[in-house]
Design a protein around this ligand. Structure first.
Ligand code: GYE
Length: 330
């Protein structure tokens, strides 16, 4: 079977046998395409869920990029379950996709299934989040943000904001336990605050990157902590939930409690403009184009960089360009 036919056949099997969402279905060459057009790439992608505006923006970016790049995308959503993601990867192996990409919910527990992918000769691209493994050959590369730097940037803003103050009490709403952004945003923040005993993290709780949990956890923190000066939330969704809880107690978010958040979704930038948030560290979900580019290189048997980070910035109350920012798109 010629490669284009093989792919068409495989794609038809996929369509018949499993309920997957297929986007940019260009696995077979259109009749009027030049004969030299390279056969389309079949990419299996396992998304971890739909927990935040960041994640929805990321999914959209991947689906649109696949369409634009002529990549046949087998997209599956794991609804926040690692076991589902493992099943997805196994089905991608069974259908012999060209490349497997996935956004691992947590860092550990992937070795067995990735060994199966390796034995099947299918390259794996980690997107958004990392894994922890002793066998680095289990994945070809990682494309996603520098979460440690995001934590450092959050800490650096706070140092500037709290200059000269003593006894600053910080609470942290962390993300999903054992996920890369949770671990590294926490570590980077602490690294930036090192040598500053006047800035104390008095409580750290996980709000699982969810708005509802951000609200609940903040409510409890406000009830149990003697005084809170600063909230560091590992994502905008939790910060926005926490803002509601702060307002419910009659306090003013951004004034009575300094708020630092990560992601840069539109609602958080709007809250920053209104003075309800003081700093938003950007983490862009718009990595679809780069995922397609790296997947194509992998399918062609090329090496890719071990790590690719997108360009990101910090938005804060110290900036003069907040009114002229373009719509965020997520
Ligand atoms: O910050 C958060 C999402 O992994 C970078 O996951 C991503 C994080 C993002 O739920 O909003």
């Amino acid at each position: 079977m010629i490669p284009a036919m093989k792919k068409t056949f495989r794609l038809a099997a996929v369509l018949l046998l499993i309920p997957m969402v297929l986007c940019g279905c260009t696995a077979s060459r259109p009749d009027d395409a030049p004969a030299s057009a390279s056969p389309a790439l079949l990419l299996g992608f396992s998304q971890l869920g739909a927990e935040s505006a960041w994640r929805l923006g990321n999914t959209r970016s991947i689906q649109e990029a696949a369409e634009k790049a002529g990549v046949a995308l087998m997209y599956l959503d794991a609804n926040q379950k690692q076991a589902e993601q493992i099943k997805h990867i196994r089905s991608f192996i069974a259908y012999q996709v060209d490349v497997i990409a996935f956004s691992p919910k947590v860092e550990t527990g992937w070795d067995n299934v990735l060994r199966e992918a390796k034995e099947a000769g299918i390259p794996v691209l980690l997107t958004d989040r990392m894994i922890r493994t002793e066998d680095e050959s289990l994945y070809a590369g990682f494309i996603g943000s520098d979460f440690f730097q995001e934590g450092v940037s959050a800490g650096e803003f706070l140092l500037q904001k709290m200059k000269g103050q003593t006894d600053v009490r910080i609470v942290e709403l962390s993300g999903t336990i054992d996920s890369t952004p949770m671990c590294q945003r926490g570590e980077g923040f602490r690294a930036a605050l090192e040598g500053h005993p006047e800035l104390q993290i008095i409580q750290s709780v996980s709000g699982d990157f969810l708005r509802t949990k951000g609200r609940e956890c903040m409510k409890e923190l406000l009830e149990t902590c003697e005084r809170i000066d600063v909230l560091y939330a590992h994502n905008d969704a939790m910060a926005l939930g926490a803002i509601t809880a702060i307002e419910e107690t009659g306090l003013q978010p951004g004034k009575d409690i300094v708020i630092i958040s990560v992601d840069g979704e539109q609602a958080a930038i709007d809250a920053l403009r209104k003075g309800q948030i003081n700093c938003v560290v950007e983490c862009t979900p718009m990595i679809g184009d780069t995922i397609m580019e790296l997947s194509k290189r992998l399918a062609a048997g090329e090496e890719i960089p071990r790590v690719t980070h997108p360009q990101e910035r910090v938005f804060s109350e110290f900036d003069s360009d907040l009114d002229s920012l373009l719509p965020r798109g997520y």
